[in-house]
Design a binder for this molecule. Sequence first.
Ligand SMILES: [Zn+2]
Length: 190
Amino acid sequence: MDNTGIKPGFSEKINNQDFNKKRSSGFDKNQQIIFLAIDIATLLGIIYYGYRTDDLKGALFISAMFLLVSLIFFFGLKNRQQVEITYDGTIKYIEKQIEDYKKTKHYLRTLIIITSDDGKEFIYNEIISSTKNDYTQYYKAGDKVRHHLGFNLPEKYDKSNDEKLVCILCGQLVDIENDNCTACGKTLLK
Ligand SMILES: [Zn+2]
């Protein structure tokens, strides 16, 4: 039954500028440039020292070793950053815990496990929300989802039978009639 008028599919609105800032912060180009600049300066220093002390061979050898170590380090660092990606998958498991804050306020901590289409397992266990945003009432095991780079909450593929829609920017569960989040005012993925 289709009660929302929203056809199954991932939203084109992810290209809206509301989502830009968070997505681009995943990569740190400046750090890479500084890293390379220090590398080049150190190499030039070693070679210059070798030239001055008449041990150019030794200096080149040290330079080659240094270059090798820093390249391994550099690509290790780059690969680690690329773990955070956009991918499609299926919710494998979802569970919530009710936790206390100073024994008076309650909040929810939700665990979501997603299996990507290429078989990898991703675990999100730091999803904190107020008790009225209960994600176990929204996502179900078996739901097809897309994890967007930089966001904790995935987008559901099929929203056609839902009464609520999740704002992946602030975590609010909003009535599906809305185009913008009632909490943060930003674009909803519908
Ligand atoms: Zn919001």
